[in-house]
Design a protein. Structure first.
Length: 320
């Protein structure tokens, strides 16, 4: 990849009825993406990555995770990273830099750095809760309750991630009522936003529509929801469009398609932010993102990772 970005004035914006006028992209590359890398990047490179994402117009950039270094060594430098990002909100008004916290100790560490947004990570299935959190589904929710309560009392915004919403590599199909019930628990304990995760990338648009309709019948409006798709079977963009049609206007994505899922053989990672932006701009939906600057950022990071970006849009725009 050369890093020079092709600009032909495309995509042409052709709106479709029934879609939101604007979408907020929740950028997860610096956290969910980098935590899947075999080797950690230098903290200065991570800080520059977040700064470049903000400069490209992204206004929600998940910065890191305050998980014990034993479990996620790639993000063991969270304490060193956060001070390097301290001036970014002043340079980019409206910028939010959420961090993932697993428990009360993680919250304490995050609060010590003055964070304004945190996320907790729950599972819709019993097996994944035990494998990923070493607790039953119920025990994991009980662990998160005081974290959410404390964060809320401190004026910190809380996002709840709910993984395995559409399929589980051990349990197979995940019943809709199970997903709805667990999602409601997270919202009822005080989460401001619920991100519905297709952790192994098996969802299809019909499933997405059915889940969002079921949540609506349970009293969960689409303005409380976000969607987080992996592209294992090439369905991430079609699933996103189904969610937009249902009224969701917050979409998780990862710059350059960073990240993956260790539980699905052939998983191809998160929905690439550039691919998402190309579709949204083609639909006339505002994002505030400079696609050329974003693609150039992913090329820059690919140089540090030693491999090309898997994003089709990045490759098309940069000739990589």
């Amino acid at each position: 990849m050369t890093g020079s970005v092709l600009d032909l004035g495309l995509p042409e914006a052709v709106p479709l009825p029934g879609l939101p006028a604007r979408v907020r992209i929740h950028e997860v590359g610096a956290r969910d993406g980098l935590q899947n890398e075999a080797l950690p990047l230098p903290v200065e490179v991570k800080a520059e990555f977040v700064a470049r994402l903000a400069a490209a117009g992204l206004r929600t950039v998940e910065a890191t995770s305050f998980v014990h270094p034993k479990w996620v060594p790639q993000l063991a430098d969270a304490e060193q990273l956060m001070p390097l990002l301290a001036d970014l909100p002043g340079r980019h008004p409206g910028l939010r830099l959420p961090v993932l916290v697993p428990n009360e100790r993680g919250l304490e560490r995050a609060l010590a750095h003055g964070v304004a947004d945190i996320a907790v990570f729950a599972s819709a299935t019993e097996t994944f809760a035990r494998r990923n959190l070493n607790r039953s589904l119920e025990e994991s929710l009980e662990m998160f309750a005081p974290v959410v309560a404390r964060a809320t009392a401190e004026g910190v915004r809380v996002r709840g991630y709910l993984s395995m919403c559409f399929g589980d590599p051990w349990e197979g199909r995940v019943p809709l009522p199970q997903v709805v019930a667990t999602g409601r628990r997270l919202l009822e304990m005080g989460c401001d936003e619920l991100s519905l995760g297709d952790t192994i990338g098996v969802a299809t648009p019909g499933q997405v529509t059915a889940l969002l309709e079921a949540l609506g019948r349970a009293g969960v409006a689409p303005d409380r929801l976000a969607v987080h798709f992996h592209d294992t079977y090439g369905q991430a963009l079609s699933n996103t469009l189904a969610a937009l049609r249902a009224g969701v206007s917050v979409v998780d994505a990862s710059a350059g398609g960073l990240g993956g899922c260790p539980y699905a053989r052939s998983a191809t990672g998160n929905l690439a932010t550039e691919d998402l932006v190309w579709m949204l701009h083609g639909l006339g939906i505002g994002t505030g993102v400079d696609l050329g600057a974003l693609a150039a950022t992913s090329v820059w990071l690919a140089g540090h990772l030693g491999r090309p970006s898997p994003s089709r849009t990045v490759r098309a725009l940069t000739g990589g």
